[in-house]
Design a protein around this ligand. Sequence first.
Ligand SMILES: [Zn+2]
Ligand SMILES: [Zn+2]
Length: 320
Amino acid sequence: MSNVRKHQVLAVVLLFVFAWHSASFAQSAPTTKTQVVMLGTGTPLPDPRRSGPSTAIVVNDMPYIVDAGTGVVRRAAAARDKGMKGLEPTNLRIAFLTHLHADHTLGLPDLILTPWIMGRKEPLELYGPAGTREMVAHILQAYDADIKTRTEGLEHSNRTGYKVNVHEITPGVVYKDASVTVKAFNAYHGSPQNTFGYRFETPGRVIVISGDATPKSDVLQNCNGCDVLIHEVYTQASFDKVSPEWKQYREAFHTSTRQLAEIANKAKPDLLILYHRENPGCDQARTQECREAGGEEQMLKEIRELYKGKVTAGHDLDVY
Ligand SMILES: [Zn+2]
Ligand SMILES: [Zn+2]
């Protein structure tokens, strides 16, 4: 091949490589990235593999936290260690509470104080039902001596990051920024008041979190073909084993696999994530048989019998 011919071939090859590279670059150009990180998938049960309920919706590395169960900040740090850099604890500054039950708020002092002790300067922006302001005031009062020691003593901690801007909410759009719109909706959990589920709309995805909820909650209309539905559940097999009192409690506060399958068949989420798999009555009975009846395997078996969509059992630190 002549030198001229070689140069021509080389030019064509280079042009092709350049064009291919440009095309692939265009395809992988940065787009909005929304991830669901299960920080805690547990219940009041002190299961060492499951922290208290808490979910992070992370949009372009900005975390929005739903609920503050036990271990929330440590689980965020564990997610950061797995490469989710947005979950650096000092980055935790926007949170939403579904309700004020202990399992969903035992980590609230942690969420208020630990990121601050690590250097967060911004106050926590906290959205929750009526009563949130009072709960936060009591927490801050309980830790008053500690806060004084850290701000006035040798640690020289900043005087802003432990503060909390509480937003007590009612159903509707409760938060909006350039990345997300967050809508609260009524979740019926024991009483028809003061419990919310949340719908997150991000540029790429719609994510709905039930919180603690009976089927009377407004999950269906808020999911309605959503990308991800994260829902609480208990098994029918464990329901059948508990006392009439516990049956009554479950019916008033939570959702069975059978009921959830019915909701999911109508709401048609692209992905159903099961979390907060509660087993009240069996937790207290503490027998192996009762535990297994309420276990994950049983839960998936029951739901799959009645719901043919994509469904998974969430575990702590799962990312979707
Ligand atoms: Zn709960
Ligand atoms: Zn609850």
